[in-house]
Ligand binder design. Sequence first.
Ligand code: FES
Ligand SMILES: [Fe+2]
Length: 391
Amino acid sequence: MSPVPPIDAPPDPLAAVRQPMDRANGLPNAHYIDPDVYAEERDALIFGQWAGIGVAAQAPDPGDAFPVDFMGMPLLMLRDRAGVLRVFQNTCRHRGMILVDAPGNIAGALRCPYHSWCYATDGRLVATPHVGGPGQNLHPAIERDSLGLVELRNHVWRDVVWVNVSGKAPPFEQAMTAVIAHMTEVERPLFHGGADSHFELTVRCNWKLAVENYCESYHLPWVHPGLNSYSRLEDHYHIEHEGKFSGQGSHAYRPLRGEAGERFPDFANLSARWRRAAEYPTVYPNVLFGVHRDHAYAIILLPQGPEKTVEQVNIYYSGADTDPGLRARNTAQWREVFHEDVAVVEGMQKGRHAVHFDGGRFSPAMDGPTHCFHDWVAAQMQKARGGQPGQ
Ligand code: FES
Ligand SMILES: [Fe+2]
């Protein structure tokens, strides 16, 4: 039994997080339950960075429009006539009406439902009916060239649509140099498995707990007994790249096989290492990757408030044609694994309402990738608050 620690917060709890991990604390409770800190983190950790909002497969054809409520920010993924995926604010330049409220295809122009201003799929304002009075579709004050949809910086990598809302992050390739280099060996064309290879889980936890749980293999024996039966704790290794990404890998991957021993085709020209390797890096802030010789997945965390997160899962293969039965089994297998994690992330969320919880202590041997993420969070928050420089 330990005495109740003083409730008064230490002078700088983020400095305690940034200690070497054998004496570091985890992030304070406020980072998981306080709406004000949630809003601060939205700006510093999500809108200020390159964050995933969805996948390009959600808008595969010219004219496809897919609205996303991204932490309250209305966004619109829109594939233009030339086939370029763009991300706009989903807000009309006239009176601020939401333009698209459900996924669909824009056959002609994108028409605002309020006063029918129309936008081309590349965002240009192309029609302003009666804007100069009845029957007058032009007015000198309404300069269409400057009233197109507001486009956000976006980039598609591994089919994930990344957006920098603030506009202030370094260019994507620069911000992601380290993780792109880490993944070079498995950089292959990805083919989305289709409707059966997409699912979502809603979890009652802060989005960071989903990251933290994904970062570690420590919980495998108790939370994933099935997975652990062939990919054991001792088969895993840490992935730690300070300030950018962290997670875990395994040396014991076993491809899924059908009744007759059939399996998904491998990605082309992988090195021998990938016969048994699997890697699960989290790219900060909110994209969780899974990479294997024969399939890959991306999980995008869509925070819904301090204590609720939607996990959007998309699974990819090395070619367009894969066996639907095997694909369904693969989806079911992953759904089960991710479902096994729900109770622990929700339990950790509840645990953070204990006023005497101090952020917790890490296992120096097992929790390195989680501490790596906390250090990044704390560094970004210090930077945003104008304290010590982050990295
Ligand atoms: S708000 Fe869109 S046309 Fe008026
Ligand atoms: Fe897990």
